[in-house]
Design a protein around this ligand. Structure first.
Ligand code: BES
Ligand code: ZN
Ligand code: ZN
Length: 497
């Protein structure tokens, strides 16, 4: 899909007309350039009450003398927000068919630049399918559609730059989805690292460093190594640095990148195990966010660390009962090898301290318990700083990606340090509050500034995306598969808040 902004009055190809409930005819401001017969066709549909303009509804008008139209509902005008515009845009893309042709023109009724932009964003976000592994017939050769949004002369430049930004951000979201949807036989730590390496060549302001298996062993990354050593596909850590010469503290993102989570020796049950290909969703979020930032020309410094491993049972795999030493020096009694995300993240979080970041945010498909708590509707959000947690929550609300505040309680932390033979344990004492005990475990590996023993802990937030990275039926920004969630939240947080 190619999407452009133009101040011209012409309607080329099929008209896309977003409408509020209660319109009995084409709004006056939309009439310019509209062929008379198309206008009367639409007027008839509206006055007969055949299209009610309910939120996200669409209706296609074909067969008229003077062109085709897609009517799209925005709901009631006094309740309509930019989220509704975004959803309406996505609904149009979802319904696009060959019969609509390859050229379309969107005509708004006085929507304002922000809402027009949100509509365009929705159209582009929904314009995604993962069909790399399907044979293609010549017949279903996709037609490249070209969409023009018409607006007033004095809105054109602002809307153009907004749409340009959304186009770049969408590239990041789609990259995150591509990484997540890729089957696990083709997406493993080394492949992810290679992709990051190749990606960095496209930009002169980003550097990628790969810490390979041998280097991880030498460095003492005991968490990453323990989780990944059971697989023939060895673990690695990938570090992305954007605008590294910029002075001062910067955001630092950490991602869980388990390219397949069998559970290891604590093997998972068979049903739906295929979904554990998405267990690298945290690393995909981080990579996608870096792409969105790079695409939109972000000039600030940002660092990202992804912890890549495949969690396999084998004779080389770690066992329940093993005690490992993490990069921080803290030892962990591994009571369940399926609680592996927190082990790889313990090294990623500790490593983050080297960059003296302003704050650290980690992303992880960390616990089934988080899905029990919040379903597929919201990401779990924990932080050691209440104001920071609120900022992330608000950034999520702003872009329509919910992140819900969850508690970091001392009792949970205590539960995770109660090992008879090591400093910490990777499993709670019982199964209750499993998402919270996981967060409390992670907190122990967030370094103090300068790694000072009694220093202040670096501002940190943890986002458990186990329920939101895939499987949401209510997320209308995609058909199925990986959602690419929070690329937009974090882009917004870093660039606008
Ligand atoms: N990757 C899983 C978490 C998960 C489960 C994400 C289902 C999405 C859907 C994680 O590594 C895991 O297995 N966690 C265990 C932790 C437990 C052993 C303490 C879990 O949630 O059951
Ligand atoms: Zn697991
Ligand atoms: Zn996992």
């Amino acid at each position: 899909m190619e999407l452009n902004v133009s101040a011209s009055e012409n309607i080329n190809g099929t008209l896309i007309l977003p409408l509020f409930e209660g319109n009995e005819s084409v709004p006056e401001s939309c009439e310019v350039g509209m062929p008379t017969s198309l206008k009367s066709q639409i007027n008839r549909v509206l006055s007969d009450g055949d299209f009610k303009a309910k939120k996200k509804s669409t209706m296609t008008l074909l067969g008229g003398e003077d062109g085709k139209a897609i009517l799209v509902g925005l709901g009631k005008s006094d309740e309509c927000t930019s989220h509704d515009y975004r959803k309406a845009g996505a609904a149009v893309t979802a319904g696009l068919k060959k019969s609509h042709g390859s050229e379309l023109t969107v005509r708004f009724d006085d929507a304002g630049v922000a809402n027009m932009g949100a509509f365009a964003e929705g159209m582009m976000l929904r314009d995604y399918s993962y069909d790399n592994y399907k044979q293609k017939d010549d017949e279903d050769e996709e037609i490249e559609v070209s969409i023009r949004i018409t607006c007033a002369e004095d809105e054109a430049s602002e809307l153009t730059s907004l749409v340009d930004d959304y186009r770049g951000i969408c590239k990041g979201v789609h990259l995150s989805r591509d990484l997540g949807n890729c089957p696990p036989n083709d997406m493993y730590p080394e492949v992810f690292a290679d992709m990051a390496w190749e990606w960095a060549k496209d930009y002169d302001n980003v550097d990628v460093t790969i810490i390979n298996y041998d280097q991880a062993i030498k460095a003492g990354m005991g968490g990453l190594v323990a989780v990944g050593m059971g697989s023939a596909r060895k673990p690695c850590m990938v570090i992305f640095e954007m605008n590294k010469t910029v002075e001062g503290r910067c955001p630092l993102l950490v991602g869980k990148g388990i390219t397949f989570d069998t559970g290891g020796i604590s093997l998972k049950p068979g049903s739906n195990m295929d979904e554990m290909k998405y267990d690298m969703g945290g690393s995909a979020t981080v990579f996608g966010t870096m792409e969105a930032l790079a695409q939109t020309g972000h000039e600030g410094k940002v660092v990202a660390i992804t912890c890549m491993a495949e969690n396999m049972p084998s004779s080389n795999a770690q066992r329940p009962g093993d005690v490992i030493t993490t990069l921080s020096g803290k030892t962990v009694e591994v009571l369940n090898t399926d609680a592996e995300g927190r082990l790889v993240l313990s090294d990623g979080l500790w490593k983050a301290g080297e960059f003296d970041p302003e704050y650290i945010i980690d992303f992880a498909t960390l616990t089934g318990a988080c899905v029990v708590a919040l379903g597929h509707e919201a990401t779990g959000l924990w932080s050691n700083d209440d104001d920071f947690r609120t900022r992330i929550h608000e950034a999520g609300n702003e872009v329509g990606e919910l992140a819900w505040p969850m508690p970091l309680l001392p009792a949970f932390e205590k539960e995770m340090t109660n090992s008879k033979i090591a400093d910490t344990r990777n499993l709670g004492a019982g199964r209750w509050g499993g998402a919270n005990t996981a967060a409390a475990f992670l907190k122990q590996f967030v370094p103090n500034r300068g790694y000072e023993k009694d220093g202040e802990q670096i501002t940190w937030a943890h986002m458990d995306i186990a329920g939101t990275y895939w499987g949401s039926k209510t997320n209308t920004m995609l058909k199925d598969g990986a959602t690419g969630v929070h690329v937009r939240t974090i882009h917004h947080l870093i660039t606008k808040s």
